[in-house]
Design a protein around this ligand. Structure first.
Ligand code: BES
Ligand code: MN
Ligand code: MN
Length: 457
C-alpha cells in the first residue's frame, strides 16, 4: 500500500494546478459584483471535497454566501476532526501596486502570488489535498472527518455562526483544525495559541443640515469631518493607550509561563520593523513587548474616513457629513458587547459641539485561547515536529477568526490553529503570496496530524 506522502508526491503537479484554478476565481466577499464568483468558488470547493473522498458533500444555501460541507464517518471509535477554512478573499485595492494580476497566479521565487493564496485558499486546499492523499493511499481516513468551508469570513458574516449554533450534533467533533494563520518564521512549525476578537463599527457624523461655503460660514459652522477627527483623537493617546474609560478593565495579563515561553523565541525586533512592518518606527504601548502588543493587548484603529471633498483640486466647503470605519481588537475576557457599549457612551459624551455621531455595529467576534495541553494540540505539535524536523513554536496571533469562538461556545471543542502562512505573505495587501513549499509541507503536516490522531496510543 502506498503511503499518503507517496500519493501526495505523485499528485504534486495536479494539486498545484487545482490550487491555481481555485486562485483564478475572484471570490471577493465584500463586493456585491462578485456574487457569481462567490458561487463558483463554493462549487469549486465542493467539488474538491468530493474529489478528496468526502461523502454527503453539499452546498448549504442560506441568507449569506453558501457554506460548503462534507463528511466521512467511516472510522467508528476513532476521534472526529472538524476542518474549517474560507473560500472568500479580500478586495485587491490598491490594484496598481500588484506586480502581477491578483487573479492570475504567478510563481516567482517559489512563491505563488495571487489574492487569497495564503488567506485562505492555499491553506484550506492543503488540508483537502491531505485528505485526498490519505484516501488514495488506503481507501479511508485515519479519523472521522467533517469539513466546513465558508464564504464570508472576511466580512464577519453570520451564516457560519448560525449554522454552527443550530447544528451541534451534525458538527460534533473532538477538535477543530483550522489552517488560516502564519508560521512564526520560515521552516519553523508553529501552533497559534490565541487569536484576538473584534468589534467593528462605522461612525456617522452630521454637522449642519447641508454642506456650506467655507468662506461665508467658516468660523460659525460645525465641520463634520473635523468633528469626527477631534472625537477619534480623544479615543487614544499618542502612546497607543486607549482612553475610553473601562476599556482595559477585563484585560488579563498573559501568564508568567506564557511570557517565559515567548522569551525563549528568538525575535529580531529591528528586522521585524524593517522587513515586515516596513515603517520607520514601531508604535504602541510602552512597557509591553511586541508579542504582548500584537497578541495580548487590545487595540483601537481607524480603517478609513470618507467625508467632504476628496476630488482633485480645491473646493471650499464645510462638510455636513463624514463617516469612519473604526474597530477594536479584543483579548480574552473582554466582552465584545460591553466594549461596544463603552464606545457608544464615550461617543455620546465626547462628540464635539454641533456634531452628532451615530455608532453602527458591523460585526463582533470574541478573542479565543487554545489550551496547549489539550491532546489534539500535543498531537499536532508532534506531527509538525516530525514533518518539519524542528521544534514547534507556540505563539498568539493578533488576527481574528470568528468561527473559532463559535466552535468553543456551541460545540465545546478546542481548535488546532495549524497555519502554513509566512510572515511576509502580505495578507489583505497587494502581492499576497503563499510559499509552494509550504503548500506541499502543509499537505504532509495535515496528513501526518490525522494519522497520529487516528493511531492507537
Ligand atoms: N486568516 C485571517 C486571520 C489571521 C491571519 C489570523 C494571520 C492569524 C494570522 C482572517 O482571514 C482574517 O483576516 N480575519 C479578519 C476577521 C474579521 C474580518 C472578522 C481579521 O482578522 O481582520
Ligand atoms: Mn483567513
Ligand atoms: Mn483574512
Amino acid at each position: 500500500m502506498p503511503s499518503a506522502s507517496e500519493c501526495a508526491a505523485h499528485n504534486r503537479s495536479s494539486f498545484e494546478d487545482e490550487f491555481f484554478q481555485f486562485l483564478r476565481i475572484p471570490s471577493i466577499s465584500t463586493l456585491p459584483d462578485h456574487a457569481s464568483d462567490i458561487a463558483r468558488a463554493a462549487e469549486f470547493a465542493r467539488d474538491q471535497l468530493a474529489l478528496a473522498g468526502l461523502e454527503s458533500v453539499e452546498l448549504i444555501e442560506g441568507d449569506g454566501h453558501p457554506l460548503v460541507y462534507g463528511e466521512w464517518l467511516g472510522a467508528p471509535g476513532k476521534p472526529t476532526i472538524l476542518i474549517y477554512g474560507h473560500y472568500d478573499v479580500q478586495p485587491t485595492d490598491p490594484i496598481d501596486e500588484w506586480i502581477s494580476d491578483p487573479f492570475e497566479p504567478t510563481v516567482r521565487n517559489g512563491q505563488v502570488y495571487a489574492r487569497g493564496a495564503s488567506d485562505d485558499k492555499g491553506q484550506i486546499l492543503a488540508n483537502i489535498k491531505a485528505l485526498q492523499a490519505l484516501r488514495q493511499a488506503s481507501g479511508r481516513y485515519p479519523v472521522n472527518v467533517k469539513v466546513l468551508i465558508e464564504g464570508e469570513e472576511e466580512v464577519g458574516g453570520e451564516a457560519v455562526t448560525a449554522f454552527v449554533k443550530s447544528n451541534p450534533t451534525r458538527l460534533a467533533a473532538d477538535a477543530a483544525l483550522v489552517s488560516d494563520t502564519a508560521m512564526y518564521m520560515p521552516d519553523t512549525p508553529t501552533l497559534c495559541t490565541g487569536l484576538r476578537g473584534m468589534v467593528y463599527t462605522e461612525w456617522f457624523a452630521r454637522g449642519a443640515a447641508r454642506d456650506l461655503h467655507s468662506g461665508l460660514y467658516g468660523g460659525v459652522a460645525p465641520n463634520a469631518v473635523f468633528g469626527l477627527i477631534e472625537l477619534l483623537a480623544r479615543c487614544k493617546d499618542s502612546g497607543g493607550r486607549v482612553l475610553i474609560p473601562g476599556f482595559y478593565d477585563d484585560v488579563e495579563a498573559p501568564s508568567e509561563d506564557e511570557k517565559a515561553s515567548w522569551d525563549t523565541i528568538d525575535f529580531d525586533e529591528e528586522g521585524y520593523r524593517r522587513n515586515e512592518v516596513c515603517a520607520s518606527t514601531l508604535t504602541g504601548e510602552p512597557g509591553f513587548s511586541v508579542f504582548e502588543r500584537i497578541g495580548a493587548r487590545p487595540t483601537f484603529e481607524v480603517h478609513g474616513l470618507p467625508g467632504g471633498f476628496t476630488g482633485p483640486g480645491a473646493k471650499t466647503v464645510i462638510p455636513a457629513a463624514a463617516s469612519a470605519k473604526v474597530s477594536a481588537r479584543l483579548v480574552p475576557r473582554q466582552n465584545p458587547a460591553s466594549i461596544l457599549q463603552l464606545m457608544r457612551e464615550f461617543v455620546a459624551e465626547h462628540s464635539p459641539q454641533g456634531i452628532e455621531i451615530d455608532v453602527r455595529l458591523i460585526h463582533t467576534a470574541p478573542a479565543t485561547m487554545v489550551a496547549t495541553d489539550h491532546p489534539a494540540i500535543r498531537t499536532a505539535s508532534r506531527a509538525l515536529e516530525e514533518v518539519w524536523g524542528r521544534k514547534t513554536v507556540f505563539i498568539r496571533s493578533g488576527g481574528s477568526i470568528p468561527v473559532v469562538g463559535d466552535f468553543q461556545e456551541h460545540l465545546g471543542i478546542p481548535t488546532v490553529l495549524m497555519g502554513y502562512g509566512l510572515p511576509d505573505d502580505a495578507l489583505h495587501a497587494p502581492n499576497e503570496k503563499f510559499s509552494l513549499r509550504n503548500f506541499h509541507m502543509g499537505i504532509a503536516s495535515t496528513a501526518r496530524f490525522l494519522e497520529l490522531l487516528g493511531a492507537p496510543e
